[in-house]
Write a protein that binds this ligand. Structure first.
Ligand code: GLA
Length: 383
């Protein structure tokens, strides 16, 4: 994350006076995909890529925002009817509105921002943007909102101003990330526990298919809807089932005839995934990375076959990982494109990356992008 670029653009755009600089990261997720909005567990960590924003209060009631990467400037007010049209600006506007709804007294500010989280790659560039502004505005306007609520503000921004009914994982990881540690997060209670993650003899590497699917947000919302339908059907027999996280396969089978085959498959995946996160926790405590890897492959299989959020290119990279003896590999994040996350033994790393590049290029005419994972701190003030 390059603070010098942000600073120089900020000074150039806004009367030469510096502001304060804040940063928030993107995230990886070891396991626990599409479990967050089902009240389940996830296992994310913040990464060394994210968003950096410089901000200076301007004493007006207007926000003047410049996206350095898109070279786009937008000005907007802070009332509901002032929503900007530019989609990138809606994230900032949404964060402001959600803070105001919670009683924050915000005023106008000048801001410029840039990021190095690849967009649409499943590393949560949007949560990084939301968390940067939620954290920064809370600090600059002395709102006294805690980090849990800041994460909920980011999530509500997605729901109410972006149209994605996401869970809490991405915003939480971006705000609560800790260098060198992954976190086990209970998405119902928001209880979390850090797990130092330094698997001796293994590396975590992301392979980006560079595929982005246009309809990802409506398909994502549809998955969530299926889960809620299945949970509601189960709840009729088992009132204690608040989310699919509380359900078992036996409970799901009781309502098989009442729900669609599609909703059944979605729920089957989620029930399996909630258990896999638990298995991975137990395995990590014993240093058993073979089990961690085996569960990752099972997750990929479920996301591809039952949840249907993979794509040909992701399946291709997953198969390639298997052929190369990679310990664990799966599609990461919401899916429909983006990255695989791979747990690979040090001695296999070079051959795997070389083979992935060559085979992917031969099949799809372009190279996958390769990102080594560096687990880093969450939202913070830089200057
Ligand atoms: C996206 C969402 C998250 C989560 C993942 C899938 O990243 O923003 O809330 O649902 O997909 O695990």
């Amino acid at each position: 994350m390059d603070i010098e670029i942000v600073r120089s653009r900020f000074l150039k755009h806004f009367d030469g006076q510096p502001g304060s600089v804040y940063a928030s990261p993107g995230r990886i997720n070891l396991i626990g995909e599409h479990t967050d909005y089902n009240g389940g567990f996830v296992f994310p960590g913040a990464i060394d890529k994210g968003m950096v924003a410089e901000i200076r209060l301007n004493g007006t009631d207007k926000v003047r925002a410049y996206s350095i990467d898109l070279k786009d400037y937008v000005e907007f007010g802070l009332n509901e009817e002032d929503a900007p049209r530019a989609s990138w600006a809606r994230y900032i506007f949404g964060v402001c509105r959600e803070m105001i709804k919670r009683g924050a007294k915000l005023g106008g500010f000048n801001t410029a921002f840039a990021g190095d989280v690849p967009l649409g790659a499943g590393m949560s560039s949007s949560a990084a943007l939301e968390s940067t502004y939620a954290y920064a505005l809370n600090d600059l306007f002395n709102c006294g909102i805690d980090k849990f609520e800041l994460a909920l503000i980011g999530q509500a921004t997605e729901h109410n101003y972006v149209g994605v009914n996401c869970g809490i994982m991405d915003q939480f990881a971006s705000l609560f990330g800790k260098e060198g540690s992954l976190m086990l997060l209970d998405c119902r209670s928001l209880e979390h526990k850090y797990y130092p993650f330094n698997p001796k003899g293994y590396k975590l590497v992301l392979l980006d298919t560079v595929v982005k699917h246009e309809l990802a947000s409506s398909a994502y919302n549809k998955r969530r809807q299926s889960c809620e339908t299945a949970a509601a059907a189960i709840r009729k027999n088992h009132p204690e089932v608040e989310f699919l996280r509380d359900a078992t396969m036996d409970m799901l089978n009781e309502v098989k005839a009442e729900i669609t085959a599609e909703d059944y498959m979605r729920a089957e995946y989620v029930i399996g995934e909630v258990q896999r996160v638990m298995d991975v926790c137990a395995a990590l405590e014993k240093g058993d990375y073979e089990t961690v890897g085996a569960r990752m492959y099972e997750t990929h299989d479920g996301m591809s076959r039952l949840y249907e959020v993979s794509c040909e290119e992701l399946d291709f990279l997953n198969d390639l990982a298997k052929k190369n003896g990679v310990t664990g590999s799966r599609v990461m994040g919401g899916g429909f494109g983006g990255c695989t996350i791979n747990l690979v033994k040090d001695e296999l790393y070079d051959a795997f990356i070389a083979d992935a590049k060559e085979a992917y290029k031969a099949a799809y005419g372009r190279l996958p992008k390769v990102y080594d994972v560096v687990i880093s701190d969450g939202a913070r003030k830089l200057v």
